[in-house]
Design a protein around this ligand. Sequence first.
Ligand code: SF4
Length: 255
Amino acid sequence: MSVDAVRLSDAELDAAAARLEDASPEAIVRWAADTFAPRLGFATGFGVEGCVIVDLVATLALPVDIFTLDTGLLFPETYALWQRLEARYGVTIRGVRPAQTVEQQAATHGDALWRRDPDACCALRKVAPLAAEAAKLDAWITAIRRDQTPERATARVVERDARHGIVKVNPLVRWTTADVWRHVLARDIPYNPLHDQGYPSIGCAPCTGPVAEGEDPRAGRWRGQAKTECGLHAPTSAAPISIRPHAPSSAGDPS
Ligand code: SF4
């Protein structure tokens, strides 16, 4: 059975953003579910903020389609976290995969496309699959926070995702890095152990390395290349980043 799409006008979005600006993350995700389910998704890259959202959605038993872009190139620790979250919360985190396997892509475009043309690789393995998912939704929840990047500083609780033509709901937008880690530790929410090993921002294994103390949290992504974003979230979102203040090094999140 098809479900009618929910289309909010700009005025309705503005009103919702104003009304929810001071609301708790719980209230915000409940509003999102009441307004958009079942055409409401959450794409997690298994960053620490994403784990907070999974905990929230699962604990409140909200009808949200949780999925991840499985490029086939994630760290073993990330695949293990995926399983831990599903087991802990009894949810399914759907794997969305590119049209080609890594091997098929190598046959078509040559080995290790990520080294020669990471934009093309991200377009094939992340951007196109995400766009296909967005086309099935009216809104998605993101884990972005205002203090992550200058571009995100003006993000609202509810806003239009111009790139994908749907609504973005940002329940953690007011939280700081410290807020996130306080919450994660207090609730014993599973997170990627790589965050405790110098990986503030975790993406595909070939394109992610550790960062030194004091370096930009995203310095380990596509190190040595001009690329800084995978192209999923322009212009107002992107891979949530965070630094765990009390960890041996730092922590971060997905794209
Ligand atoms: S992050 Fe690297 S390996 Fe992953 S899709 Fe982008 S370029 Fe390819």
